[in-house]
Design a protein. Structure first.
Length: 301
């Protein structure tokens, strides 16, 4: 579902410059094009809302995760979102992840929101290419999220993978910052693609790492907190970076994000990698194998 979210963001970068071309001399035409875009968005959202009401059920036939699977075993009154949130706040590793996740994801939201302002400040009459750069940023991120997820499933190295991708996101942000104004739009395409690959590739890693270090708490609660902090940091970073970009140059705003991403890298390195879900699974598998072995021994006897 998160990758579909990214696909929607990619379409959001591509279509607006096409539907609302840059026509500073014809305000009425611009207003008409904006109305068409908004009415089209409202129509599509209405159709999706109706389909959601009709198609989506209260709960899936099978639990989507092991954390969710253990919840029905307990009486509903024994589970409390308030208590779950309190448990998560007391988990130091999760608090560090909460802040570091909010920093990097909020930085991505800020870059995505202010991309047009940054590009047009360095390159004139490149509105269409701005949308294409945004598309490159998001599509490469979709590829990154798939590959990072596959790597994580294969290696189970949650902290090392998360920290590595976080550090590479910092490198990508630094490179993007210092190559933005080199008067080479094709280089911006490349650096934005690299930045998006690692920044968006981090998103599923952060969620999976959060589930691992908070198990058996509901992943809905941990994911909700991660999303909330991402939105909070995104709003704050967008306001501050936008102000810096307007009053000074895109370089100032991007350096502001680089500083925070560096801090987030340090916080990620401090997270204690206690893989609770993985350890529970290993213990369960060990007990299962021991039970099978005992059964075979009894049969042979």
């Amino acid at each position: 579902s998160r990758r579909e979210n990214r696909l929607g963001t990619a379409i959001g970068f591509l279509l607006p410059p096409v539907l609302v071309p840059y026509t500073p001399d014809d305000v009425d035409l611009t207003g008409h094009n904006i109305s068409v875009m908004f009415y089209g968005t409202a129509a599509a959202s209405t159709v999706l809302f109706i389909l959601t009401v009709i198609v989506i059920t209260n709960r899936p036939p099978l639990p989507p995760s092991q954390a969710q699977a253990v919840l029905p075993d307990s009486p509903p009154e024994d589970y409390s979102y308030k208590q779950s949130i309190l448990n998560l706040i007391q988990n130091k590793a999760f608090v560090l992840l909460l802040i570091s996740y909010g920093i990097l994801t909020g930085s991505f939201y800020s870059v995505s929101t202010l991309l047009n302002q940054m590009i047009t400040a360095c390159y004139q009459n490149q509105e269409l290419n701005t949308g294409r750069i945004g598309l490159t940023l998001v599509v490469s991120g979709m590829v990154g999220s798939i590959l990072c997820g596959l790597w994580l499933d294969h290696t189970k190295t949650y902290k090392m993978t998360t920290l590595s991708v976080y550090a590479l996101s910092l490198v990508g942000m630094v490179v993007f910052t210092f190559t933005l104004n080199l008067n080479n739009i094709y280089l911006v395409f490349f650096t934005a693609g690299v930045l998006g690959f690692f920044m968006t590739g981090y998103l599923p890693l952060g969620f999976e790492f959060g589930v691992e270090i908070t198990y058996p708490e509901s992943e809905g609660t941990s994911s909700g907190l991660l999303n909330a902090f991402a939105q909070i940091f995104g709003i704050i970073f967008t306001l501050i970076q936008g102000k810096l970009t307007t009053d000074y140059k895109p370089l100032a705003g991007n350096l502001f994000l680089c500083t925070w991403i560096f801090l987030g890298t340090l916080l990620t390195a401090l997270i204690k990698s206690e893989l609770r879900r993985h350890n529970v699974n290993m213990a369960a598998n060990s007990k299962h194998l021991q039970a099978v072995s005992d059964t075979r021994f009894n049969l042979q006897s």
